[in-house]
Design a protein around this ligand. Structure first.
Ligand code: ADP
Length: 319
């Protein structure tokens, strides 16, 4: 299986605190880390760790931080030939993580603001079975997903919290090109005041809608039915990037031929393992997820996933 992830790549500056500061207050951070991040970059790394042939289309600055991000992506096995070096500084995000693992963020978009130009360079030479667009505004997402669909790819879109605020109407045009829509609970609430009956109607244009619900797990709607899978209880230290690890897990499992429920369970395991570790790209490898599922009584699902993904990868290599 080959995935292309389209969206942001950032330098994450992580500050770990007991409690985030109130307005006008100052708090001490007990730990500071600089890590690669950005939703599309996180997804690309998470997919590569699951054994998927993973590439990324994003923009970085022609600066040392941009070079560093590329080296980090390549070290994780992500193919970077579609990355654009642009005349703007590489994007930064300051992330404050509290003692419960919950985070607040301040983003400087920088080079990411020029993604629309890079998307225009996508053409028929694109080699991917699945194109995932993450945290990208609707018009740019629509352009990328329309190209992907015209080339016969499966697609997913995770609009992210800022985009959810633009409202459903602006997203409806994008939905025409989306096979799987990912939202978290906050985004779903912002879009339609969390009336799941309403969502059946609203998302009739999207074959599968997945709602990620943090420590409560996830649910998915397809053909008017909701399926739910509870989260795996774990001790969360950092929830940054959990949604991206979840998305990559879901795409991997669903494209490998697992049912919707099985894909949710697999994706929940990816998200749960991620939150036990620091950093937005600390997503698990395939063998870590398989072992985790086995330890929690999902041996049959783990074996089925291994068999399905092997045969799926064989078919993809034959193509
Ligand atoms: P996002 O990062 O997009 O806001 P969530 O916070 O809902 O998404 O996390 C994505 C998935 O990761 C959840 O659906 C769940 O499967 C898993 N997850 C997140 N937080 C926890 C937690 N505290 N315990 C167990 N699993 C979690």
């Amino acid at each position: 299986m080959k995935t292309l992830s389209v969206g942001n790549a950032n330098v994450d500056l992580l500050l770990y605190v007991e409690e985030p500061p109130a307005c006008g207050a100052q708090v001490e951070a007990c730990l500071f880390e600089k890590r690669p991040g950005g939703a599309a970059s996180n997804f690309a790394v998470a997919a590569a760790k699951l054994g998927v042939s993973s590439s990324i289309l994003c923009c970085v600055g022609s600066d040392s931080e941009g070079d560093w991000l590329l080296r980090e992506l390549e070290a994780c096995g992500v193919e970077t030939s579609l990355v654009a070096h642009v005349e703007a500084p590489t994007g930064f995000v300051v992330i404050v993580v509290d003692k419960r693992g919950e985070r607040s963020m301040i983003a400087f978009r920088g080079a990411n603001a020029l993604l629309a130009q890079a998307v225009r360079s996508l053409n028929s030479s694109l080699k991917a079975d699945w194109v995932h667009v993450a945290s990208v505004k609707p018009d740019t997402a629509e352009a990328a997903l329309a190209i992907a669909k015209s080339l016969g790819c499966n697609t997913s879109y995770d609009p992210g919290s800022l985009v959810a605020k633009v409202g459903l109407r602006q997203l409806e045009d994008v939905f025409r090109f989306v096979d799987v829509l990912f939202l978290n609970e906050f985004e779903a609430a912002t879009l339609m005041a969390v009336d799941y009956e309403e969502m059946d109607h609203v998302f009739e244009k999207v074959p599968v809608t997945v709602v990620k619900m943090g420590s409560k797990g996830s649910r998915a709607a397809a053909e008017g039915c909701w399926i739910e899978a509870p989260a795996f209880p774990v001790e969360a230290v950092d929830t940054t990037g959990a949604g991206d690890a979840f998305d990559a897990g879901f795409v991997f499992a669903y494209a490998s031929g697992l049912s919707l429920r099985e894909a949710l369970i697999f994706a929940n395991a990816c998200g749960a393992l991620k939150v036990t570790r620091r950093g937005s790209q600390a997503s698990p490898s395939l063998s870590e997820v398989i072992n985790f599922l086995k330890e929690r009584g999902f041996e049959a699902l783990a074996s089925k996933l291994l068999m399905s993904s092997e045969s799926f990868n064989r078919k993809a290599m034959d193509r």
